[in-house]
Design a binder for this molecule. Structure first.
Ligand code: PGA
Length: 309
């Protein structure tokens, strides 16, 4: 078989499929004698007849049937290979548009570094905004993929959870409640509270917890950034509820502590979402798979990043 060529296999496959040299010739834009010659050479390479003529009909011999099955596998594999190469070519250039909620900015940029090294031809645009900002972008189909913590209610999306995003109560480490266990929500509500801006998913989740208990918060300050809130807590302006992921290793060195409060941490997840029916680009699909894979490592890293309670 070493002398057999891919071209001969193609000619043979067409002849076997049609049961006719003439029709194979038509399909391949060859002459009938050329098909006949190619099959003859292949037969010589195999060392056994591939076709037998009974009356006017052409039949595959046993060796012919085996070779026909083998050809199908070869051509299937080749076409898969071609698709992969096409994908790889697509990956060399392209744009990845990501929109992530504020807390995801604590790990997504870190993860983009290795991704860019793997795929240097990909340009990335990363939008960081709050929950309602993400919903706006989603509705306008501005990005390839979105990372959220709260699923949109009136919009059909494909949704893939990939990491926990617990909300914790943060206070300055010298806070009088710092060493208390199982602090009640009622007791917590006596503390001055710092909250995120309206439209924030964090704010909505906290509000819901207190509303469900019929307890109102003493809101002292409203700030539109997790980092600003952390600074305000350190500065003694009040306590707040933020994602545990906002506590980066650098953050652990600041003077913040997690309070032990009933109902906390509020359990949430990060989800990778995109509009239902949207056809992901090759680039987006590649990032999607990459992120899912990397999520485990991130989980370990963020555990290490928690400050001592
Ligand atoms: P936010 O998003 O910035 O809208 O609060 C964080 C979250 O929903 O967990």
């Amino acid at each position: 078989m070493k002398q057999a060529t891919l071209h001969q296999l193609k000619v043979f496959e067409a002849a076997a499929r049609h049961g006719s040299f003439t029709r194979a010739a038509e399909e391949l834009f060859l002459t009938q004698p050329t098909v006949s010659m190619q099959v003859k050479q292949l037969t010589k390479a195999v060392g056994l007849p591939l076709f037998e003529q009974v009356g006017k009909r052409l039949y595959l011999t046993e060796a012919g049937q085996e070779l026909f099955a083998t050809c199908r596998e070869i051509f299937e594999q080749l076409s898969q290979f071609e698709m992969k190469v096409a994908d790889l070519k697509g990956l060399k250039q392209g744009q990845l548009r990501l929109a992530v909620i504020t807390t995801a900015k604590y790990f997504i940029p870190r993860l983009l570094g290795p991704f860019c090294q793997l795929y240097p031809g990909i340009d990335i645009s990363l939008q960081v905004t709050n929950h309602s900002g993400i919903l706006e972008r989603l509705k306008e189909n501005l990005d390839d993929l979105y990372i959220v913590s709260q699923l949109p209610e009136h919009f059909d999306v494909n949704c893939h959870p990939f990491l926990e995003n617990p909300l914790v109560v943060l206070a300055p480490s010298d806070h009088p409640l710092a060493d208390e266990k199982n602090i009640s929500l009622q007791r917590l509500s006596e503390e001055p509270f710092i909250v995120r801006e309206p439209g924030s998913g964090t704010r909505t989740a906290v509000q819901k917890l207190f509303d469900d208990q019929g307890i109102s918060l003493k809101v002292k300050l409203e700030l539109g950034s997790n980092e600003a809130i952390k600074q305000a807590i350190t500065g003694g302006l009040g306590i707040s509820v933020l994602s545990r992921h906002t506590l980066t290793p650098e953050g652990a060195a600041t003077k913040l502590t997690i309070l032990d409060v009933e109902g906390f941490p509020i359990s949430r997840h990060w989800y990778m979402i995109y509009p239902a029916g949207k056809q992901l680009s090759v680039v987006a699909r590649t990032y999607f798979e990459y992120l899912m894979e990397a999520a485990k490592q991130i989980a370990e890293q963020t555990n290490d990043a928690r400050p001592a309670p």
